[in-house]
Design a protein around this ligand. Structure first.
Ligand SMILES: C[S@@+](CC[C@H](N)C(=O)[O-])C[C@H]1O[C@@H](n2cnc3c(N)ncnc32)[C@H](O)[C@@H]1O
Length: 270
């Protein structure tokens, strides 16, 4: 593991669990959550996991931000898929190195970062976003985490409901937008037989519309999932579940693209 250098991102944690994400720059100073000032030069040259001391303040822990740390600290002009749910996209989408994924919309770029890392440089991610300001926000967030524009990322301005041009056969399509039932035709046309369509929606009305719209199309009926996560509190005299937990965030739908030219129901039907 290399020591911190100028240009690196560093996550600073204090004893109260407060966190700050900073890009290390020469001659720069950051105000940490306690209000004290930290010289960036104090961090440079130290190994991740070291303590660093702001001027007149208590020590902080300096770490390299994980993808989760980064996503929760970056600017988020749109709703994102939260870390609680992100890992499920990888396993239910069977995301692996070398595959081709299309996602729409891109929003703040959280899921773009997740997919770009998991499919690796031999893979390809096409990200379609309708609003230029969100496309730019995602480009900025991804570039800052990646240290440049990932070569296997094809970021496009467009409306997925109107189709996608020059799109190679897809292993996975991921839809995180308000009316996914309107993108079923383009998903059917773009996915490889056996490919996976994942859809993320916050309300059951949207789920119902997908379930209704998928009938007669080249997809297996959707599987519908929800994910719950509960943190635990570790203190000197207690070890217990947190009083609060994140309850509902959304529903994940998984549909598999059937092969063949026509829809033949299984016997017995799914
Ligand atoms: C909830 S955000 C996506 C968040 C993203 N998955 C993340 O984790 O950062 C939804 C995005 O879909 C975009 N969008 C909505 N309808 C669209 C369409 N028809 N085609 C492309 N993008 C669309 C919106 O502009 C918005 O940026």
């Amino acid at each position: 593991m290399l020591p911190f250098a100028y240009g690196d991102l560093v996550l600073l944690l204090d004893g109260k669990g407060r966190r700050l994400l900073v890009k290390l720059e020469e001659h720069q100073v950051s105000q940490v959550p306690s209000g004290h000032r930290l010289l960036h030069a104090e961090v440079v040259g130290k190994l991740p996991g070291s303590r660093v001391r702001p001027l007149g303040g208590r020590p902080l822990l300096a770490l390299r931000p994980s993808l989760e740390d980064y996503v929760m600290a970056m600017e988020r002009p749109t709703q994102i898929i939260y870390p609680k749910d992100m890992g499920h996209l990888l396993i239910y989408g069977d995301v692996r190195p070398g595959i081709t994924i299309l996602e729409a919309g891109v929003g703040s770029g959280a899921t773009a970062l997740l997919f770009l890392r998991a499919l690796g440089p031999e893979g390809k991610l096409i990200s379609v976003e309708r609003r230029p300001e969100f496309l730019e926000a995602a480009r900025k967030n991804v570039t800052a985490f990646w240290g440049g524009l990932p070569p296997h990322w094809d970021l496009r301005l467009g409306d997925i409901y109107e189709g996608v041009e020059a799109c190679p056969p897809l292993d996975l399509m991921f839809l995180d937008l308000p009316e996914p039932h309107r993108a079923l035709e383009v998903a059917e046309q773009s996915l490889k037989p056996g490919g996976v369509l994942l859809i993320w929606v916050p309300t059951i009305y949207q789920v119902e519309r997908v379930v209704a719209a998928v009938r007669g199309r080249l997809f297996c009926p959707p599987e519908i999932k929800e994910f719950w996560e509960r943190d635990w509190v570790v203190g000197p005299h207690s070890l217990r579940p947190d009083h609060r937990m994140v309850g509902h965030t959304g529903f994940l739908l998984r549909l598999r693209r059937l092969g063949g030219d026509g829809y033949e129901p299984l016997d017995p039907p799914l």
